[in-house]
Design a protein around this ligand. Structure first.
Ligand code: PLP
Length: 362
């Protein structure tokens, strides 16, 4: 089979055009394009029900969601213990809020932050723990939240990958003091750009709500704010996509199982804690070493198929950090991991082609 178009690691889900068009016509007619419009409020309500949470607010993207989480907790300086194995936005949000990321290495099985290392990294300057349910795999939430409680430190989860994953019967996006999501177009549920902040505390929720709309109500200015509001067009995309989520996850399960059955023990896979109902957000595969990974990537590239080195490099090696902090497990995993193409509707013929090439190299 010769591919007619390049295959990337992901492809944005497009809802049926007429469903989106109906919303667009409604928006154009209303002349309200943004500023907490009716579609945005409708989407927020549906997301509250979906995540089983009371205090959820939509924001422009998952990066601002993380920044607003720190802001809502009143964290403006000090150390935030975080994972080196994630997308750069987790670290960027910490740095942007003028805090210092302190990296705790990962668990080699789940690729999530290791709670024991988190506890050893606590100092009098620690202000928060910012963990990531990487690839939608649950962190050790019990251990992290126990550490948070014992030391009086809030736990923030970057749940950018976790929409649709459940842990112990609860949405994975509703744990900790605050959880944040990304609804970027590459995510399995998307609003083109977008995200949300989910809080437990109504006061923190209100503080974030004020900050995300410039810090004022009418002519009364309460606090420094920013602009993280969502538009009606983003909400419309979300309203179209949300009912599709079970089908999207089911199809991704099909693809993931297909890869797993074909690859067998040629590649290593992350381990999921017991009690996980996974969303199949990614298909990460760990190769024996970086050479194997690069050889597979280049053989696939010749056929116009593009794996993504998620997540690479390990963030503790970023050149603009104040100092290098050693995280050997994350650095090792990051050097030999990549995600395979995984999206709604990817054809079995494409999967067969990928599998044939990978088997040929390994
Ligand atoms: C783990 C993680 N955190 C945060 C973000 C940032 O989300 P956004 O792109 O919506 O700003 C991403 C983006 O992909 C991510 O993967």
């Amino acid at each position: 089979m010769t591919l007619s178009a390049p295959i990337f690691v992901t492809q944005s889900f497009s809802p049926p055009a007429e469903e989106f068009q109906r919303y667009v016509q409604q928006i154009l007619k209303s002349h309200q394009f943004t500023n907490n419009g009716p579609l945005l409020r409708e989407l927020e309500e549906k997301l509250r029900n979906f995540f089983g949470t009371e205090y959820l607010q939509f924001v422009t993207n998952g990066t601002l969601a993380l920044q607003l989480a720190l802001h809502g907790l009143g964290i403006t300086e000090g150390e935030v213990i975080t994972t080196p194995f994630t997308y750069v936005a987790t670290t960027s949000a910490i740095l942007w809020e003028r805090c210092t990321p302190v990296y705790a290495d990962i668990d080699p099985r789940s690729f999530c932050i290791d709670p024991e290392r988190v506890e050893s990294a606590i100092t009098p300057k620690t202000r928060a723990i910012m963990a990531v349910h990487v690839f939608g795999i649950p962190c050790d939430t019990e251990a992290l939240e126990d550490i948070g409680k014992r030391h009086g430190i809030p736990v923030i989860y970057d749940a950018a990958h976790a929409v649709g994953s459940e842990y112990l019967g609860r949405s994975l996006c509703a744990w900790g003091d605050i959880s944040t999501c990304s609804f970027h177009a590459t995510k399995l549920f998307h609003t083109i750009e977008g995200g949300c902040v989910i809080c437990r505390d109504p006061e923190i929720h209100r503080k974030i709500d004020l900050a995300k709309r410039f810090g004022h109500h009418g002519d009364t200015h309460y606090t420094l704010g920013t602009n993280a509001k969502g538009s009606e067009f983003q909400a419309a995309m979300g309203l179209c996509n949300l009912p599709w989520l079970p089908r999207i996850i089911e199809d991704r399960r099909r693809v993931s199982n297909y890869y797993t059955a074909a690859f067998g023990d040629r590649i290593e896979r992350p381990q999921f804690p017991k009690g996980t109902n996974y969303n199949y957000a990614y298909y990460p595969a760990v190769f024996r070493d970086e050479d194997d990974l690069l050889n597979v990537m280049s053989a696939l590239k010749e056929e116009n198929i593009h794996l993504r080195r998620y997540f690479y490099p390990s963030l503790n090696t970023l050149p603009y950090l104040p100092a290098y902090q050693k995280c050997p497990i994350s650095e090792n995993v990051a050097s030999r991991i990549a995600c395979f193409p995984l999206y709604y509707g990817i054809e079995t013929e494409v999967l067969d082609k990928i599998i044939e090439i990978v088997k040929g190299v390994l």
